[in-house]
Structure formats: structure tokens, C-alpha cells
Write a protein that binds this ligand. Structure first.
Ligand SMILES: [Fe+2]
Ligand SMILES: [Fe+2]
Length: 181
């Protein structure tokens, strides 16, 4: 059974408040004996968990956190895991096991995620990239990735433009393919 511990505090107030609330909702779920109330408590828990991941990602964006992309992919992975677990509980008839299953899920990743990845962000938030051990090379690479994403969008737009402006060429190519059939 996993419970809140002050050792999980990151020092970023809004994050700590949300982490604590996740543990509070987990406790409610664990303590519920009436299985008829489990589905709404699973939703109550899940909605807050996803909201928290979202809020954290917003904070990464507004503070220019260089590792936002990596952190977001961890969040995305665990959100997907939770969805699978939720289905198993609600549709697979595991209502009586819900507290235990979600407890195990949180114990296996959430605590680790807080003490490694959220804590790393908290260091960046409080003391900057240097003290968080994020090297200038990493900061530059993250900026490059953002630029590459923007450039990829431009390439898509260029292709669309080509399709609009050179329909004859596209038609010739299509005809060539249909001759092959
Ligand atoms: Fe978090
Ligand atoms: Fe996180």
C-alpha cells in the first residue's frame, strides 16, 4: 500500500498539492467497500491524474523546461497504461480489486516518477538548468527539436502547395501508375 510521504515533496507548491490530492483520491478508492461506488471513484481518480499530467506539461512549456518532450512522453505512456487498467477494472469485472490494482499501478511508477523526473524539473524551476545538471548542449538540442517540428509542418504545407499549383504533373504521375496495372 502506497501512502503520501513528505519525502515526495518537490518544493513546487502547486505540484505538491496536486500529488497529495492524487494520494488522497487513491485512499478513497482503496477504502471503498461498496463495489457499486467503484466506477465513479475510478473516474474521480483518473480525471484528476490526467489533469495533473496536463497541468505539469503546461508548467514545463511556460518555464521553457528543456526536457519537456521527454517528460511528456513518460506522461503519455502512463496515461495509456491507466486507460488499459481502467478498462480492465470497469469492463473486465474487477471492481472488487480496483483499490488494489490502482494502488499497485501508482506504487510502481508514480512514486519513481515524482522522485526522479518531477524532482528534476523542480530543480530546474528553482535553480535553473545548470543546477539541474542540464547541459547547454541538451538545451540547444531541445531547441533544435522544436525548430525541426516547426520545419516539418512547413514541408507538409509545401507539399499541399505543390499539389495545388502543379495538378498536371500530379495527373501525369497518376496516369503512369495506372498504366502499370
Ligand atoms: Fe507530477
Ligand atoms: Fe511528471
Amino acid at each position: 500500500m502506497v501512502i503520501w510521504d513528505d519525502l515526495f515533496k518537490t518544493g513546487v507548491e502547486e505540484m505538491d498539492a496536486q500529488h497529495k490530492e492524487i494520494f488522497r483520491r487513491l485512499e478513497k478508492l482503496r477504502d471503498q467497500k461498496d463495489t457499486a461506488r467503484i466506477p465513479s471513484l475510478v473516474e474521480y481518480f483518473g480525471k484528476y491524474l490526467l489533469m495533473h499530467l496536463d497541468e505539469e506539461q503546461k508548467l514545463h512549456q511556460t518555464t521553457g523546461y528543456p526536457k519537456w518532450g521527454m517528460h511528456k512522453s513518460y506522461h503519455r505512456y502512463y496515461a495509456a497504461q491507466f486507460e488499459t487498467l481502467k478498462k480492465k477494472i470497469l469492463k473486465g469485472g474487477e471492481l472488487a480489486q480496483a483499490g488494489k490494482l490502482i494502488d499497485k499501478f501508482i506504487d510502481e511508477w508514480f512514486v519513481q516518477h515524482i522522485i526522479i523526473h518531477d524532482m528534476e524539473f523542480a530543480y530546474f524551476y528553482k535553480y535553473g538548468a545548470d543546477e539541474a545538471g542540464i547541459t547547454p548542449a541538451y538545451v540547444n538540442k531541445a531547441a533544435d527539436n522544436i525548430a525541426a517540428e516547426a520545419a516539418a509542418k512547413t514541408r507538409e504545407e509545401q507539399l499541399e502547395e505543390a499539389l495545388e499549383n502543379r495538378p498536371n504533373e500530379i495527373q501525369r504521375k497518376t496516369a503512369r501508375f495506372s498504366n502499370l496495372k
